[in-house]
Ligand binder design. Structure first.
Ligand SMILES: Cc1cc2nc3c(=O)[nH]c(=O)nc-3n(C[C@H](O)[C@H](O)[C@H](O)COP(=O)(O)O)c2cc1C
Length: 361
């Protein structure tokens, strides 16, 4: 299923080593001024180029809008956008058809789709598919901004290194702090330690994972749809579509299981003329609806599966055990590139729910 969303719908297309990757977005109201350079800036955040720590695959990722815009204004038709895949090297993937990489999608994909499936570069299981998510989310954040809703994401941890996040920081301050480091962590000391940890893993032919936090600010009370389409369900659904995301929690998340009610409950108070809570263990969501407090969600990103170290695998054609050493260009840590992806995905979900709930025109 390559489609997501209800009132605002995206269909992602393409594959890692095909000619292009992109998205069709349906449900954008006519007459919206679309900030194309802002979408390009969001795409630039997920590009490996310029990041010392990332894969050396070079992609320009220049946004092309194929339909749905006239003079920068949406015309109510399907908005189709893509970027060309420029830097494609197939050779490192040739053997993958028979010898699946441990931790990647190769094995179940090969069984499900057969040996003809194009798994070069990960095919549709590649991180490149997130280009479409970023375009759709970046467009959606324009809709949210008009209503004063902002979404910001940053790196919470990489490997064993935790960032200390300033408690009272505004979204703009968090964004500025995170943007100062290659790893997008809002804590300069931790960011340096994270970079060192990634370099060390790379030297070992290995990889690291981490945790990304996304916050939604300025949300109205009551956004979200009952039961199956709660804010948590929709965000988690979208997050788990992003390759390498293996866990999602809201507010206190799994730590809530160890708290007492008296500790976990967020007391209500009138502050600045509106009902707020004195803590935010709920992560801004009660009963699947927003409370008006910041929505706080964290995602666990696993360590990159494609590592240079030899690993045990199987030869599916010869029916025997073997070892695999993954070549090709892979990020030793996906986390920094996934920060912008999850930020934009969250914006997409919130914009869809806002349209569904009548919070946006
Ligand atoms: C932005 C981004 C870049 C990624 N780059 C790589 C990569 O270079 N090498 C790799 O093995 N996996 C990479 N992945 C993760 C794989 O696509 C993913 O682990 C694989 O499809 C298996 O899916 P799963 O981890 O969700 O189970 C990337 C993911 C994202 C979001």
């Amino acid at each position: 299923m390559m489609r997501f969303g209800e009132r605002l719908r995206m269909t992602v297309f393409g594959s890692s080593h095909g000619p292009e990757v992109g998205v069709e977005i349906d449900g954008v109201p006519a007459g919206v001024i679309v900030d194309v350079p802002a979408i390009q800036r969001q795409l630039d955040r997920r590009r490996p180029v310029g990041r010392r720590l990332a894969t050396r695959r070079q992609e320009e990722d220049r946004l092309e809008i194929d339909s749905g815009l006239v003079d920068g204004i949406s015309d109510g038709r399907i908005l189709r956008a893509h970027v060309a895949n420029a830097d494609i090297r197939r050779a490192p993937y040739d053997r993958l058809g028979d010898v699946p990489r441990p931790g990647h999608a190769d094995f179940p994909a090969r069984v499900r789709y057969g040996p003809e499936a194009d798994l070069s570069g990960g095919g549709i299981f590649s991180g490149r598919m997130t280009v479409g998510l970023v375009i759709a989310g970046a467009l959606a954040r324009g809709l949210l901004a008009a209503r004063g809703i902002d979404v910001v994401a940053f790196t919470r941890s990489i490997g064993p290194v935790d960032a200390r996040v300033p408690a009272e920081a505004t979204p703009a301050e968090l964004r500025a702090l995170a943007a100062r480091s290659e790893v997008e962590a809002p804590d300069p000391a931790a960011a340096a330690a994270m970079e060192a940890a990634i370099q060390e893993a790379r030297r070992d032919g290995d990889s690291l994972g981490g945790v990304i936090e996304v916050r939604g600010y300025g949300l109205p009370v009551g956004l979200g749809e009952p039961f199956f389409d709660s804010v948590e369900s929709e965000i988690a659904h979208a997050f788990f579509s992003v390759p390498a995301v293996k866990g999602v929690e809201f507010g206190a998340g799994f730590a809530a299981a160890r708290m007492r009610g008296s500790e976990h409950n967020d007391p209500f108070a009138w502050i600045d003329g509106r009902v707020q809570t004195l803590s935010n263990h709920a992560g801004g969501i009660l009963g699947g609806l927003t409370t008006g407090m910041p929505v706080v969600v964290r995602a666990a990103v696993k360590p990159t599966s494609s590592i240079a170290k030899p690993q045990r695998s199987v030869d599916l054609a010869a029916h025997r055990d073997t070892t695999v050493t993954v070549t090709g260009r892979h990020d030793p840590c996906i986390v920094p590139r996934a920060v912008g992806v999850l930020e934009n995905v969250t914006a997409f979900v919130l914009a869809d729910l806002a349209l569904r709930g009548g919070f946006l025109p």
